[in-house]
Design a protein around this ligand. Structure first.
Ligand code: ADP
Ligand code: MG
Length: 282
């Protein structure tokens, strides 16, 4: 007779194997949930990335708190976009650690997985569907959210409709819902793309030069939107527009040659001699 001895450690099948892989010191880590127990949502330590011997990131250290609105500034080539590539899994760092919350090691996850656990990225160029209406763009973004059990062919349920309506108001496109996205102004297209991220409820939003090419009025409205998102979401915003950064009012990190040159309030970094030297000019 075969006796089955369950010592609690032997995996019984593939599912258990996977499940046990998520245990540590006796407690289960839910991999789909970001662990914010230490109030930190993003933690980069000693990140380096080389392109043919050139160090685009060089021992970069950065910590973003949950709910924070952080601005990243720095001269062209400082490594700002490369940093976002590392966070989103597009680029694998040569060295360093990159964690989402306490438990998720982003360097061990694929791009699609990283998006699924709640990191949304907005690129410089909007990637909306010009031939679809504003509403349809949001609908598509909602339905491609892998975490939600939507069918592309199903009718929208009430929750989804509410989500889209709320988002339309947030991005100030509630009066443009039926318009073709291609007919929107440049600024409105940028807002629509932000809305397409928002319907997926990202915990962390990465925004690369979001107000480039916007009118002053659109820029200010974007600032209001970002400030309203902070708290519920964490935002990392790469920008050059100083008036916009001042409006956002958060902590500012200055990147230079792939590492942090200075960090603090906008006033603090604006008065930093090294920052003036390499970025702001005299
Ligand atoms: P920023 O966004 O701050 O302007 P980037 O992160 O785009 O800077 O680029 C940092 C440096 O890395 C630049 O010198 C750039 O030319 C280089 N770089 C970025 N991506 C690549 C790549 N895929 N291959 C080679 N060099 C790259
Ligand atoms: Mg860039």
């Amino acid at each position: 007779m075969t006796s089955i001895v369950d010592n609690g450690a032997e995996p019984r099948n593939d599912h258990d194997q996977e499940w046990l892989g998520g245990t540590s010191l006796g407690h289960v880590i839910d991999h789909s949930q970001v662990d914010l127990s230490h109030k930190v949502i993003l933690y980069l330590e000693g990140i380096s990335v080389s392109f043919d011997g050139f160090k685009a990131l060089n021992d970069l250290n950065l910590t973003i708190d949950a709910g924070e609105l952080r601005c990243i500034i720095g001269p062209n080539g400082a490594g700002k976009t490369t940093m976002m590539d590392v966070i989103t899994g597009k680029t694998q760092p040569d060295e360093g650690r990159c964690f989402f919350g306490q438990t998720m090691d982003l360097t061990k996850m694929r791009e699609a997985q990283i998006a699924q656990v709640g990191i949304g990225r907005k690129f410089q160029k909007p990637t909306i569907f010009e031939n679809l209406s504003v509403f349809e763009n949001l609908e598509l973004a909602l339905k491609t959210d892998k975490r939600a059990r939507h069918s592309l062919f199903a009718w929208l349920d009430d929750d989804s409709r509410d989500k889209i309506s709320d988002t339309l108001r947030q991005i100030r496109l509630d009066h443009e819902a039926e318009r073709d996205a291609g007919l929107l102004s440049h600024g409105q297209k940028q807002w629509l793309e932000i809305g397409m991220l928002l319907v997926q409820d990202p915990k962390l939003l990465l925004l690369d030069e979001p107000v480039a090419g916007m009118t002053d009025d659109e820029t200010e409205r974007t600032g209001e939107l970002f400030k309203s998102l902070a708290g519920k979401h964490s935002l990392v915003v790469v920008e050059h527009d100083m008036a916009f950064i001042e409006q956002l009012g958060g902590k500012v990190t200055v990147l230079h040659e792939g590492s942090v040159l200075a960090e603090g309030s906008l006033a603090t970094v604006q008065n930093d001699e090294r920052v003036i030297e390499v970025y702001l000019g005299r």
